[in-house]
Design a protein around this ligand. Structure first.
Ligand code: FES
Ligand code: FES
Length: 158
């Protein structure tokens, strides 16, 4: 059985016809070709697929299509259009936060969620905000530095 689901995606209303249990991750990557959201573990452990759902950080591999009705989804493609992304991206570049880049879209979405909650985080709060996101390359320190730097440089944006 297929259902129609209407939700907001990166600021635009979309309606899709899909299986109620289809994962948001597959809808984004395979159906809508928004491949900035990555698939790592596929089971909610790595945060590579992190997006914001009604402004809350979620793993898109754990979200079923049926639960999207009336909700608002922000992916890295939509976030890329914001001034806050520009600040984070510059700070990540300066701090060397990106190596292979696979975890980066999820890290950026986690950083956005964190800075919205806590615009002036301590290092400990940043580390806590990244607990759901795995990185195999950086050892995390450079990502934490990037987020701390963004909080400083983007003061007033979050
Ligand atoms: S792919 Fe979704 S949490 Fe790893
Ligand atoms: S930069 Fe490679 S997994 Fe994080």
């Amino acid at each position: 059985m297929l259902i129609d689901v209407t939700f907001e995606l990166n600021g635009k209303t979309v309606t899709i016809t899909t299986h109620p249990l289809r994962r948001l991750l597959d809808i984004l990557r395979d159906d809508l070709r928004l491949t900035g959201t990555k698939e790592g573990c596929g089971e909610g452990e790595c945060g590579a697929c992190a997006v914001l759902l009604d402004r809350h950080l979620v793993n898109a591999c754990l979200i079923a299509a049926a639960s999207l009705e009336g909700k608002s989804v922000l992916t890295i493609e939509g976030y890329r259009e914001t001034e806050r992304f520009a600040v984070l991206s510059k700070a990540f570049a300066r701090a060397g936060s990106v190596q292979c880049g696979f975890c980066t879209p999820g890290m950026v979405m986690a950083a956005e969620a964190l800075l919205r909650r806590t615009p002036h985080p301590t290092e400990e709060q940043v580390r806590e905000g990244l607990t759901g996101n795995l990185c195999r390359c950086t050892g995390y320190n450079m990502i934490v530095d990037g987020i701390m730097l963004a909080a400083q440089e983007g003061d007033g944006l979050w």
